[in-house]
Structures are given as C-alpha cells and as structure tokens.
Write a protein that binds this ligand. Sequence first.
Ligand SMILES: Cc1cc2nc3c(=O)[nH]c(=O)nc-3n(C[C@H](O)[C@H](O)[C@H](O)COP(=O)(O)O)c2cc1C
Ligand code: SF4
Length: 437
Amino acid sequence: MADPILQQSGIFTPAVIDDIQTKAASGLYQIRGYGTLRQRRWATFDDLTFLPCSLTRIPLEGYREKCTTAVTLGTRYAKRPIQLDVPIMITGMSWGALSLNAKVALARGARAAGSSNTTGDGGMLMAERENSRTLIYEVLPSRYGINIHHMLMADGIELTIGQGAKPGTGGLLLGSKVSEVIARQRDLPAGVDQRSPARHPDFLGPDDMIVKVEELREATNGEVPIFVKMGASRVYDDVKLAAKAGADVIVVDGMEGGTGASPAILQEHTGIPTLAAVCEARAALEDMALYGEVQLVIAGGIRDGVDAAKAIALGADACYIGTAALIALNCNRPLHVEDYAKIGAAPYACHHCHTGLCPVGVTTQDPELMRRLPIDEAAERVSNLLHAMTLEIQMLARACGKSDVRRLEPEDMAALTTEASAICGIPLAGTRKVYGH
Ligand SMILES: Cc1cc2nc3c(=O)[nH]c(=O)nc-3n(C[C@H](O)[C@H](O)[C@H](O)COP(=O)(O)O)c2cc1C
Ligand code: SF4
C-alpha cells in the first residue's frame, strides 16, 4: 500500500501545484495552444458503439457495392452550393497562427482529397487561394485583413461568432508570431500581442445579425453559401437563432476544439462537449423543420473516421478537422526533439503553439523553423489522412448496410454509458432503455 505520508493530494495534484506556482511567479493566467487536455471524464464519441448488420440488416459488400461520400453544403439559398467528395473539411486556422507552408499544404491536401479548406483570423493568403479547390472565407469580429475582393474569390463565407476552445472571447496571437508580413496583412504593429474583440462591431444580437447575413449574401451576389460558426454553449437556442438569421450552413465547435492560443481555463471549463453539441444542434434544426435544409458541420476533437461517422450518424452533414490536420502535417512528431525541450515541451506532449517556436514548422513565423515543413510532402499527408478517414467512415456505413455515409443514423448505434444514452437519446447497450427520456 502507498505510504500515506508520501501520497500526493488528489486535489492539489502536481499539475495544480505547478499552475498555482506559475501564476504566483508571473501574476498572469496561463495561455496555451492545442485543445482541451481532457483531464476530466465527460461523454464523448467513445461512449457510443456501432451496431453493424447481422441478421436483422444486410451489410454492403466492400469491394462490389457502392457507398457514396459526397456532400453538398448550402442548398438553402446559395446559387452555387459547395460540392465536396468527402465529408471531412479543413477548418479555419489563421495565417499567423499557422505558417505559410502549413496553410499552403492544407490547401493542397484538401484539394487533392476533393475537400475544402478555410481562411482564418487575418484574412486570405493568396497562395492559399491559388492552391485550394474550395476555399471558405472567414468573417471574424477582428476584421483583420478583411477584404471584399478576397470575399468575392471565396466559395463560401463563414461568419464566425465564436470557437469551441474559447467561446465568448476573442482571438489571441502573441507578439512572437506577429512578424512584419503578418503585421502588414492585419494592419497592426509587428511584435505586439493581438487580442481580437469578442463581438462583431457591426451587430449586437440575433436581430441585427439577420442584416449582417443578408449583407454578406448581397456582397457575394447570393452565389455562395453563408456559414455561421459558433462555439458550443447554449447550442439549442443559438442554432435556432443562426438558422432564423438565414444561415445556409451552421458550424458548431465543441469544447474539445483546438486553438492557436487561448487562456487554458477557457479550454477546460467553458462550453459543452462536441457529442452533446451535435445532439442539441440537430434537435434545434428538427424543431424548426429545417433539418436537412440547413446543413450542419461539427468540429471539436474529431480524431478519425470513427468520430466523424458517429457525428454524421447523430446528424452532422460533415465534420471540420483542425488539430488532426496539424498532426498530419507533423505536429507532435518526434523530430527535432531538442527544440521541443527548449520550449518546455516534448513530442506527444506539446501544446505550445502560442510560443511561435513550433519545432516542426507548423505554428511558427520563423523562416528557419518553417522550412522544416516541406509543402509537397506535408500536403500528401493531409490528403492521405482525409482519404483514410473517409475510408473508415465508409467501412462503418457499409457494415451498417448504408449505401451513402449520410444515411448513418442514431439507430445504428448503442450507448455504452447512461450519460451518452441520455444525451444522444440512444438505448444503453444491453437494455432497451433510453436513460432520462
Ligand atoms: C492553430 C489553430 C488556429 C486556429 N485559428 C482559428 C481562426 O483563425 N478562426 C477560427 O474561427 N477558428 C480557429 N481555430 C479553431 C478551428 O477553426 C476549429 O474550430 C477547431 O480547431 C476544431 O477543433 P479540432 O482542432 O479539435 O479539430 C484554430 C485552431 C487551431 C488549432
Ligand atoms: S508541435 Fe507545433 S503545432 Fe504541434 S502542438 Fe507543438 S507547437 Fe503546436
């Protein structure tokens, strides 16, 4: 038995002691990148399992029978909806948070896989447009780099209300990443921390957001879909308000969602998990009779085709990936190990994107570090990841007897915990009971 005198406190753990002492030394809260470190237990996609066909259903033959993966986004109002070959898209990550090589590699990787990529805070990078097949343009509260000509070059507009990593707050780019070129793009001084506003300056709430959505639609001649992206908070009501404001596509980013830099407490203690978010979002659209007409994109901690397939079965049309795509680029790979140590990190335990000293060239503006990410090889890894994830979704769909991945439904799954049963409205495995319903 452990010596009770030497036993560590379960409340004041080494991590808590370290956090208190760091704050005591600096007088500041801690900032970091990546996403939540999931130090606590909450219901996730791992709490669901698929129920493939056996006698009650007939599976599809993998080699002979088709299972389609194409998705159309923006069928509500846009003259030119977005057509994707696969249901996994690259989420908005700013040029500033990411290096130029990372942005271009994501664009090329997405293009090769028949998917889309998204700009980010700080506007459009021309090399990104040139290398993208389908590019979604983010309109954020900061308005950094916002440009009507760039907007007209986009295939979709994403009005960003918030992010899952830090809902209710603005963006953050620490001075170490604000190089001369990033500063020029954003019209701000180099080397100075950039804290973006939490609210859009030109609308306050849902009523005048209707005008904003209309303005964006008019500015782009009604051609392209208008997305509204939000951090998962009061999802049921927020999704209803976004749909009422005229969104063609709604993006909900759960609390597991990644970031380039955010106060650590917001990542761990604000918003609701992605699993809960997708269920609330679907219920909101169903209650407005808009499910299927307004498309739903889910983000936040999506790691593989299994997470994506479960999100789709629960009601998403497609998923965004951020962190997984950065990992495909080389994030957290055991290369240049000595440089991880210099920033107090280690491969597989790095969440130090905010420092600007990314050892593998993904989240840096340092030209030397950026060169560690050769664009062509990195793009191929991104495309391979999108392809492999799509194969995983297809495999699960075929096993459940579905000829299109979007025919996956809640009925194809069982819950492994009472929490997941209650959240998703799915019977607990081994029972016929839906808990809490
Ligand atoms: C490095 C990095 C930079 C990001 N920059 C932006 C941004 O500029 N605008 C935005 O709306 N979201 C931004 N995000 C959040 C993503 O768009 C997305 O919501 C989140 O990464 C999804 O979670 P995941 O990383 O677990 O896939 C960023 C995320 C990361 C990891
Ligand atoms: S390896 Fe780079 S991109 Fe990955 S967490 Fe560390 S600093 Fe961020």
